[in-house]
Design a protein around this ligand. Sequence first.
Ligand code: NDP
Length: 285
Amino acid sequence: MTAKILDGKKIAAEIRASVKGETLLLKERGIVPGLAVVLVGDNPASKVYVGQKEKGCLEAGFASFLHRLPGGTSQKDLLDLIGKLNADPLVHGILVQLPLPDQIDEEKVIAAIKPEKDVDGFSPVNMGRLVAGMSAIEPCTPKGIMRLLEASRIELAGKEAVVIGRSNIVGKPVALMLLARSATVTVCHSRTRDLAEHTKRADILVAAVGRPRFVTADMVKDGVVVIDVGINRLEEGLVGDVDFEGVSEKASWITPVPGGVGPMTIAMLLENTLEQAKLSGEGRS
Ligand code: NDP
């Protein structure tokens, strides 16, 4: 079997075009979706991600407010900035690029973002709502993964879904979303005994590990749908957490890296911001 490609680049482009169209309509009502991105320090990967997010905003017709703060910024100064952005009616979404420098408590900063401006979906309120099955601003990467599966009409109810990774950013929320769609979900992590025993059962396998080509062909069954979240920067270029060459021989569907989950993450960030801008226009600010 040679896998069909879950084409994140194409699906994300369609979503971005739709966001752009809706933004035009919103602008006719005097509302310009605004995203504030806060970058503290000069982590090279963070700079790349922030650049991509800014470009996405501008292409969609959003207002982009980039705040670059020096690496030595105090927690108080960062919290003051969040307070100002929370109060700014032109800002519908606030994204603080992670990781933050050691002197800053990430949890405190994320919790300080007003839940309705938390377009990354990481705040305790949005995470809690997701756990409870209530409407929430959903985190962008897991939301993008679910969209990829939906766009390709991949059935989830009753399927065995195995997620490798339990981070708050990817593993945990994607497991909850798969569960909400009635998959039977197993979450694996670094302490899992005999990982391959779990992955070989998977109808849907999500790899969010952060180790290049970690999932190999001998760890999956024929026909598996593989979502590779990993972004590993090697000298040869970007590589996922899945050995694409080997695994695509057995999988029915697979995401490439780059061009799979990555573009979907940005598209979901734009969609989340647009959604909050629309809600603010309906009287909820
Ligand atoms: P984290 O480092 O926070 O989490 C990695 C997870 O993998 C942890 O739960 C860890 O287990 C688990 N793990 C590590 N080693 C093993 C192992 N040998 N066997 C089983 N599980 C293991 O990473 P993130 O979730 O933030 O990101 C994962 C990957 O996805 C990274 O490559 C990141 O760059 C990428 N990413 C891509 C995005 C995109 O837009 N495409 C967005 C966000 C992330 P434990 O909890 O026990 O330590």
